[in-house]
Write a protein that binds this ligand. Structure first.
Ligand code: HEC
Length: 153
């Protein structure tokens, strides 16, 4: 095979893959987090501590809005979890949660999970309409499953 033929073959292979990936979207084996823009992934959480009354507040919100998929105990086994294409992860798994930045968790709650998870968007422009500050508070609350109530970093 000549060099140019080789290059062409490589190109066909590459573009086929690119197209395939775009068309098929995220699959089970892929991390759902490939879709978080870097400028969000790198954001620091302005809420680094939740006083007891705020913990109670977010606990109530979590039970009402999140537990049906993520489970009351955060392990991702809520009653609506089973039929999701990408299942909810275990918020109590410290090794897994360490792979997620606060900005990534924020982005998911802000924009939702789309078709793959049917997780609603909660951001200011969504139907739910939570403020960004409230979402950061919820990110901090989700960290309690692995880090306890006090801010760690
Ligand atoms: C309809 C089910 C459903 C509801 C309701 C729901 N989620 Fe999710 N959520 C999912 C699924 C499934 C995933 C994993 C797949 C994905 O990333 O889309 C997920 C992912 C996440 C992630 C990202 C974790 C990761 O893998 O990076 C966060 C953070 C999160 N949810 C928080 C919440 C919070 C907080 C609420 C409530 C305010 C909530 N979710 C409500 C289904 C749900």
């Amino acid at each position: 095979m000549s060099t140019s033929q080789g290059k062409k073959a490589l190109w066909v292979l590459l573009s086929g893959c690119l197209l395939g990936c775009v068309v098929s979207g995220p699959t089970l084996s892929q991390s759902a987090r490939d879709d978080v823009p870097a400028e969000y992934a790198e954001l620091a959480n302005p809420v680094d501590d939740l006083p007891p009354d705020r913990i109670r507040y977010f606990e109530k919100k979590y039970k009402a809005q999140c537990a049906r998929c993520h489970g009351i105990d955060g392990r991702g086994k809520g009653k609506d979890a089973a039929e999701r294409r990408v299942p909810p992860r275990d918020f109590t798994d410290a090794a897994f949660m360490a792979t997620r930045s606060d900005g990534e968790l924020f982005y998911q709650i802000l924009t939702g999970g789309g078709d793959r998870s049917a997780m609603p968007a909660y951001g200011p422009r969504s139907d739910v309409g939570w403020s960004e500050e409230k979402i950061w508070g919820m990110v901090r609350f989700v960290r309690i499953f692995t880090e306890g109530p006090a801010g760690v970093d």
